[in-house]
Design a protein around this ligand. Structure first.
Ligand SMILES: C[S@@+](CC[C@H](N)C(=O)[O-])C[C@H]1O[C@@H](n2cnc3c(N)ncnc32)[C@H](O)[C@@H]1O
Length: 303
C-alpha cells in the first residue's frame, strides 16, 4: 500500500476525533491541519448543508487534499494558513464562528517521507524541515548559524535529549551541514546508539519543532480557538509530544476554570491497541477535547 493511501486510510484516532467533534450536519467546521485530508474526509462525509474549512501551512499537501476531496465540491473551502492566522483566515472566508475544529499536530507521513523536505534521518535530503516550503529559516540555517548554546537548548528542550550539550558541540565542530544523513552520522558518532531509537531521532525532532515554531504556533492556535468557536462548539486536539500535550492540557484547564469551556476528556485519550498495531505511528497520540460554554453574563441574565 502506498504512503498516500495509508494516510487516507489511517488518520490517527479518526473514530475518537469524530466522536468528540459531534459533527452537526448543518454546522461549520475547521480542520486546522488538513494534511492529505483523512480527518477532513470523515467530517465532510457527515455534513449536509454544513461547511468544512480545510487549512494547512503546506500548500502542496492542501493541493493533494483538494484532489482527494473533490467529490465534496464547494462544501469544503481550502486555504493555506498557519495556526497563528486562524482568525484572519476564517474572516477572509466570511466565517465568524465555527461549530468545531480539529488539529492533528506534527508532520504528515507524506511530508516525512519526501526526501526533498529533509525531515527523515532514513533518506538523504537537504536539511530543510520546513512544513511549508519557503516559510522561514531551515534546519541547515539553525545548525550552521546558531550558537552552540542555542543549538544545545533546542535539542535539550524540544528533544528532551540528555546528551544535548555533547551533540551541540559535535554539530558546531563539524559544520557546515547540508544533508540529513551527514548530520545523522555526526550525531551517531558523537553519541553511539544505546537503545532501539536512532541516536539522532530526538535531535531531528527538536530541529523540526524549532524550524516550524511548533509550540509557538500551538499557543497561537489556542489563543484564537476559544474566540473562533461558537457557544457549544467543540475543539479536538491530537498531540504527539509531551510539551504539546502539556500546553493543551493547561489551556483547557484554564478555560474550564474561567467558565469558558467544559472538558470533554477528563484524562487524555490514547489510541486503542488495535489501531497502534495497524498504524504504529499512532502510538504516541494523545487526544483532548473541550466544549465552549455559554458566556457567564448570558447565563446570569437568564436566571
Ligand atoms: C499529522 S498531519 C495531519 C494529517 C491529517 N489529519 C490527515 O488526516 O491526513 C499535520 C499537518 O498539519 C500541518 N501543520 C502543522 N503545523 C501547522 C501550523 N502551525 N499551521 C498550519 N498547518 C500546520 C502540516 O503541514 C501537516 O500537513
Amino acid at each position: 500500500m502506498g504512503m498516500q493511501s495509508m494516510q487516507e486510510h489511517y488518520p490517527v484516532m479518526a473514530g475518537e476525533v469524530i466522536e468528540y467533534l459531534a459533527v452537526r450536519p448543518e454546522g461549520t467546521y475547521a480542520d486546522c491541519s488538513t494534511g492529505l485530508g483523512g480527518h477532513a474526509r470523515r467530517i465532510a462525509g457527515l455534513l449536509t448543508t454544513g461547511r468544512l474549512i480545510c487549512l494547512d501551512r503546506d500548500a502542496e499537501s492542501l493541493e493533494k487534499a483538494r484532489l482527494q476531496l473533490a467529490e465534496f465540491g464547494d462544501r469544503i473551502a481550502f486555504r493555506q494558513s498557519l495556526f497563528s492566522q486562524l482568525r484572519q483566515t476564517l474572516a477572509s472566508l466570511g466565517v465568524e464562528k465555527v461549530d468545531g475544529m480539529v488539529a492533528d499536530l506534527g508532520v504528515s507521513r507524506y511530508q516525512l517521507t519526501d526526501p526533498d523536505r529533509g525531515f527523515s534521518l532514513m533518506v538523504d535530503g537537504p536539511l530543510d524541515m520546513r512544513m511549508g516550503r519557503g516559510e522561514g529559516p531551515t534546519a541547515a540555517d539553525i545548525v550552521n548559524f546558531s550558537s552552540e548554546n542555542q543549538i544545545a537548548d533546542i535539542i535539550y528542550t524540544y528533544g528532551e535529549e540528555r546528551r544535548a550539550r555533547k551533540l551541540a558541540r559535535a554539530i558546531v565542530r563539524t559544520r557546515p551541514h547540508r544533508t540529513t544523513l551527514a548530520l545523522a552520522r555526526v550525531i551517531e558518532e558523537a553519541a553511539p546508539r544505546t537503545g532501539k531509537l536512532h541516536p539522532a531521532t530526538r535531535t531531528f525532532m527538536a530541529l523540526r519543532m524549532a524550524v516550524n515554531r511548533e509550540l509557538e504556533e500551538l499557543e497561537a492556535l489556542l489563543d484564537q480557538a476559544s474566540e473562533a468557536l461558537a457557544t457549544g462548539g467543540r475543539i479536538v486536539m491530537l498531540t504527539f509530544h509531551s510539551l504539546e500535550a502539556r500546553i493543551v492540557k493547561t489551556r483547557f484547564q484554564q478555560w474550564a476554570r474561567d467558565g469558558r469551556a467544559s472538558l470533554l476528556t477528563k484524562h487524555v485519550v490514547r489510541p486503542q491497541q488495535e489501531e497502534v498495531r495497524r498504524n504504529p505511528a499512532s502510538r504516541s497520540a494523545m487526544l483532548r477535547a473541550a466544549q465552549i460554554e455559554e458566556p457567564q453574563s448570558t447565563r446570569d441574565g437568564e436566571k
